[in-house]
Ligand binder design. Structure first.
Ligand code: PLP
Length: 416
């Protein structure tokens, strides 16, 4: 009989979204006429930019003819896409990133999880101490649990494990630097779920910490396109020294609506290193390249052509329009909730609005209130970690009509 990876048994049951679905289904069964509006999940609703559609149609035609047909491509992504990424996302911001430091993939969810393949697993003397923010994008925690990166009580122990950096209104949603030494730090800015962004000084402090303690920063910039404040860095590589200590994850999911089309990329600068069992410093670029060329066969030619079109003049404008559309939704949500007397965060440089549950209530109490009174569904903050208790996430990813109706109902039902 095969033996299993027991770490999977340590995962907390996928509680959050199934529990939301259960409560929504129960409410709908009791109130069959209620038109429930869902502002819970972070999935886009608007169609792809036209430039991407045109490029993908053309790429399908390429695949229909000898001479332009493409079989397996480079596992790391086509050079023409990696070069456009460098030019527009990095060189344009003064970041010295080379095309061969970019690895195109089918998603940041996979990359943020798969990156653990090249780090020592937990449960042994070489286990890493890993810091995650709290609240947190749950993928970071679950993939670490799968890899055995948990101490005896589920948190950090002798053989590595997780430590949590609280992000709350009290610290302005700037996670404090870890107490003591950690080996790996996940940062996500603009942040899911709080919608917060990190000022340059905060990122500088993290890079300084990482350089001093020989730590690795895993920087998830999936929502980078939503930054509106010109003072906020878009990339960790805008910070001096980050090329020696940080890996960055980017995705086409939220800017260009590729959640169902699938394309992302990860930047592994050649200067980022880790320690081998025999005490040598080894470049992580080499290991990630090996990992990808062994376990991944590249993103489809058609999809990479679609992603390339994001960097065309028309594509750039269309992406800007999409992002502005969701940000306008976020402003409507912020306005309605503020007028209803609630304390509201995020939503300016991110598609998520983070609300304090009124009257000191819990996240689930507010969930039930909103569902019962306004027939609106959001996501309880406690589902993202202990420090999310008492907060609630509302996603701006929906049609204008749905957001407007949801906010009118909140205004009518919850106005204090
Ligand atoms: N990173 C964060 C912080 C996210 O919120 C999400 C999706 O919601 C992802 C990554 C997933 O990105 P992708 O669609 O590229 O897998």
């Amino acid at each position: 009989m095969p033996t299993i990876n027991d770490n999977f048994l340590k995962l907390k049951a996928g509680y959050l979204f199934p529990e939301i679905a259960r409560r929504v289904a129960a409410f709908q069964a009791e109130n069959p006429d209620a038109k429930i509006i869902k502002l819970g999940i972070g999935d886009v609703t608007e169609p792809l930019p036209e430039a991407c559609i045109i490029a993908m149609h053309k790429a399908v035609d390429d695949q229909s003819k000898r001479g332009t047909f493409h079989g397996y491509g480079p596992e790391q992504g086509y050079a023409w896409l990696r070069e456009k990424i460098v030019e527009h996302d990095y060189a344009a911001r003064g970041c010295d990133i080379a095309a061969d430091e970019i690895f195109v993939s089918d998603g940041s969810k996979c990359d943020t999880g798969n990156i653990l393949d090249i780090l020592a697993p937990g449960g042994g003397p070489r286990g890493n101490i890993i810091a995650v923010c709290d609240p947190v994008y749950p993928v970071y925690v679950d993939t670490n649990v799968m890899r055995g990166n948990t101490g005896p009580a589920g948190d950090a122990g002798e053989y590595g494990g997780l430590v949590y950096l609280p992000m709350t209104a009290e610290n302005g949603f700037n996670p404090p630097l870890p107490e003591g030494k950690v080996d790996v730090i996940y940062l996500c800015f603009p942040n899911n779920p709080t919608g917060a962004v990190a000022p340059k000084a905060v990122l500088e402090a993290y890079v300084q910490y990482a350089l001093k303690h020989d730590a690795l920063i895993l920087f998830d910039a999936a929502y980078e396109a939503f930054i509106t404040d010109p003072r906020i860095p878009h990339s960790i590589y805008e910070i001096d020294g980050a090329k020696e200590c940080a890996i960055e994850f980017r995705s086409f999911s939220k800017n260009a609506g590729f959640t169902g089309t699938r394309c992302a990329f990860t930047v592994v600068p050649k200067g980022v290193t880790g320690l081998s069992g025999s005490g040598e410093r080894v470049g992580l670029h080499r290991l990630w390249n090996r990992r990808q060329t062994t376990k991944f066969n590249g993103v489809s030619y058609i999809v990479q052509r679609g992603a390339e079109a994001v960097y065309s003049e028309a594509g750039g404008e269309q992406v800007r329009d999409l992002v502005d559309f969701y940000l306008a939704n976020a402003r409507l949500i912020t306005k309605a909730l503020t007028e209803a007397g609630m304390e509201v965060f995020g939503g300016v440089n991110a598609p998520y609005v983070w609300v304090k549950a009124p009257d000191g209530g819990t996240s689930w109490e507010f969930f039930d209130l909103l569902l019962r009174e306004a027939h609106v569904v959001g996501t309880p903050g406690s589902g993202f970690g202990a420090a999310g208790e008492g907060y609630f996430r509302i996603s701006a990813f929906n049609s204008r009509d749905a957001v407007q109706r949801a906010m009118e109902r909140i205004g009518d039902q919850l106005l204090t």
